[in-house]
Design a protein around this ligand. Structure first.
Ligand code: CA
Length: 706
């Protein structure tokens, strides 16, 4: 379904082409506002839809295209190149385009008599043929939407469509509405809205408004927006900017069309929608590009990381003027008018329902996707995302400009996805695919702790006969990545991949030269530094890799591509039994800065399969993952927990530090913590009651006082 939805969203909300496009939209919106007072909601809504349908239309190419189509139109109103037994976007998209040109005074085909005849003829032909597609989506969503749009456009024509033809087409739009189906429900409700306004039917408008807004709710555990702000579709699977993008687009359009009328989005639902857009969805875009972790199986489609949200965000501003400054900044940042860092404030989100972590700094975005026994692994299916089986195994998306991975997927080595630990196959693991869709994760200790700015994430990996305890420690300038207990009895070499991105400029490295006598290695590429404090069997490749989109998605082009790729990974060898790794990622640094970078402020206190703990003396914080109940002892402090958990202590040496704690397994309601800290005269026991229900796995915090 997504493939189709993505296409229609491109038809409905064309990509913004810079500032000029935005200005056109704003002018249309203002015209729209001025007519608001004239009559009831039907007229106002129709005018808004009409303006929306014409946003960013380019008259010249549109007229050229239609002139071509007119030449090949048969006398009976059909086109020879269309298979009406399997009609997809055409002919209805073609007819809609003709209606658009016909009603636009700026178009050279405006009020063209031949064009009018062609519109009537081709619509009549559609009625007579009554095409049905094997895919329900065309029949129940696309066809009625496209017919509705054409009729709305033609209401602006000087010569209206024959009344009989219009009524028959409106009749043809009627479908039974399938409720409770998330983005699909709002897609269907949209043509109900069209029909309601065309016929001025209150009952139809009542149900259209109801179902357009139905998906705007917290759907704990079901498909839709979750309590942590993430989005599920196809079961308990993170779908923030895949299906979540369809949800966002439809909901924004509905709120935009109905704003200021008696059908306006109710306040409580408006809050849910705004939170989703502001605190989740828009944060997954860096510069112009999505985080590759939020596009689901769409990662295997060309241009799927491109965002293009200018039109959508301009609409949001009109029904949510309170956050206007935020929306303006988003448009500037994602359209290239301002740099990717523009008005980014440091935040850290641990999405405990979806196994997704998002760490934002002005200089970079760093995210992780994991799977647990509570969620589904990133889906493959429909011959899409064919090689994506390791995507939920701790994939780390590291962006500075945003474009680091854009359209690189055809040539990716798919068993070296950034951040993951896996077997290194000769064929990227493609031959060992057993099952499509709906594969649950295997372990429960997956999640993390967060104070909203800093945090820790952990992933108990057990997939494809590889086990590891992986953890990430998030600070300001850097992210520390630890792996321990790496084990496999398979025959392949086991690797942990640090990154695999577009090659940009040269690679500078210490080349194995020892610094401080510690065997440390550092590497710098594309303004991102990597430090391996304990060295390791490190490999760096910077050369061309080849592949095609078809290789990862059979709906895509077979053209063989070749791109320059920077790839960096650690070898753990064959049959590792207790291997480990440590590396620090420092985004936003040059070679000189990296050479002088003082990583001794970050102290790895422990990196074992039972406990991974780090102290950051610069930020005065301690972060730990206890895979088992136990005690951490380090100079001047001790920390004991009676159950597995993730713990983070802020203001470690102060008189009143803060303890942040969460249970990644989401099973324990209470954890006892015994601490002895430098700023406290005696040890303290803290009885931590943790959140439950939809919030199990979320962070609780406790102020510690003398
Ligand atoms: Ca390989």
């Amino acid at each position: 379904m997504l493939a189709i939805s993505k296409k229609i969203s491109q038809i409905l909300f064309p990509l913004i082409s810079g500032l000029k496009g935005l200005m056109v939209l704003l002018v249309l919106l203002l015209i729209n506002l001025s007519s608001k007072a004239q009559s009831g909601p039907y007229h106002v809504i129709l005018e808004r839809i009409n303006a929306d349908l014409q946003t960013l239309v380019k008259d010249k190419p549109l007229a050229d295209e239609i002139t071509r189509q007119l030449k090949s139109l048969n006398a009976d109103g059909s086109w020879a190149d269309i298979d009406y037994s399997d009609a997809q976007y055409d002919p209805l998209k073609r007819i809609k385009d003709m209606a658009t040109a016909y009603i636009r005074p700026s178009n050279k085909l405006y009020q063209n008599a031949e064009l009018y005849g062609a519109i009537v003829k081709s619509l009549q032909n559609w009625l007579d043929k009554n095409p049905k597609n094997k895919n329900w989506w065309y029949n129940d969503i696309f066809y009625p939407q496209a017919i509705g749009q054409t009729l709305i456009l033609m209401r602006n024509a000087k010569t209206q469509l024959p009344v009989k033809l219009e009524s028959a087409l409106i009749e043809r739009m009627i479908r039974r509405l399938k409720t409770g189906d998330g983005a699909n429900t709002s897609d269907e409700a949209l043509h109900f809205l069209y029909r309601a306004c065309l016929t001025k039917n209150k009952a139809t408008l009542d149900s259209a408004a109801k179902y357009l807004f139905e998906p705007i709710a917290i759907a704990d555990g079901k498909e839709g927006v979750q309590a942590d702000g993430s989005y599920y579709q196809h079961g308990k699977q993170q779908a923030i900017a895949s299906y979540g993008r369809v949800f966002a687009g439809n909901s924004v359009n509905a709120a935009f069309y109905l704003r200021g009328t008696e059908y306006a989005l109710p306040k409580d639902q408006l809050t849910i929608l705004i939170n989703y857009l502001k605190n989740t969805f828009l944060k997954t875009i860096r510069g112009f590009f999505y985080d590759f972790n939020v596009r689901g199986r769409g990662i295997s489609r060309k241009d799927s990381l491109s965002s293009g949200l200018g039109v959508m965000v301009a609409k949001i501003k009109l029904f949510d003027p309170e956050n206007a400054a935020y929306w303006d900044a988003s448009v500037k940042r994602t359209s290239g008018l301002e740099p990717a860092s523009y008005k980014i404030t440091p935040t850290h989100h641990q999405f405990w329902k979806s196994g997704y972590t998002l760490h934002l700094r002005p200089a970079y975005t760093f995210s992780i996707q994991t799977a647990s026994s509570r969620t589904l692994r990133t889906e493959r299916g429909n011959n899409e995302n064919i090689l994506g089986k390791f995507l939920p195994d701790g994939a780390t998306n590291i962006q500075r400009s945003g474009s680091e991975y854009a359209n690189l997927m055809p040539v990716w080595e798919w068993d070296k996805i950034p951040g993951t630990t896996s077997r290194d196959y000769p064929d990227d693991g493609g031959a060992t695919v057993l099952k499509d869709w709906g594969i649950p994760g295997t372990t429960k200790f997956v999640g993390g702790v967060s104070d909203g700015v800093y945090g820790i994430s952990c992933y108990d990996l057990d997939y494809d006969s590889v086990q590891a305890k992986k953890a990430w420690f998030f600070f300001d300038r850097e992210v520390l990545c630890l792996g321990a207990g790496i084990k496999s009895n398979s025959n392949e070499n086991i690797t942990s991949t640090v990154n695999q991105a577009w090659m940009r400029g040269g690679v500078v490295s210490s080349n194995g030269v020892q610094k401080n006598g510690k065997g440390e290695i550092w590497v710098m590429h594309d303004s991102i530094g990597y430090i391996f404090p304990q060295g390791g069997d490190l490999e760096i490749s910077h050369k061309a890799q080849s592949g095609s989109w078809y290789r990862i998605n059979h709906f895509q082009s077979k053209t063989e591509l070749q791109h320059q790729v920077f790839k960096i990974w650690l070898n753990h060898g064959q049959h590792p039994q207790n291997a480990s790794y440590q590396y620090i990622v420092i985004p936003g640094v040059d070679a000189a800065g990296l050479k002088n970078y003082n990583w001794s402020t970050i102290q790895v206190l422990k990196n074992t399969a039972e406990l991974q703990a780090v102290k950051h003396s610069g930020l005065d914080m301690l972060q730990a993952v206890f895979y088992k109940a136990g005690t951490l002892v380090a100079s001047g402090l001790s920390l004991q927990v009676d159950r597995p958990c993730t713990v983070y202590i802020k203001d470690l040496s102060a008189k009143s530090p803060t303890l942040y704690i969460a249970d990644p397994a989401q099973e324990k309601a209470n954890i006892k913590v015994l601490i002895k800290l430098p700023g406290l005269s005696k040890s303290k026991t803290i009885d931590c009651n943790l959140p439950t229900g939809a919030f199990a796995g979320a962070t609780a915090n406790f102020q510690i006082k003398e």
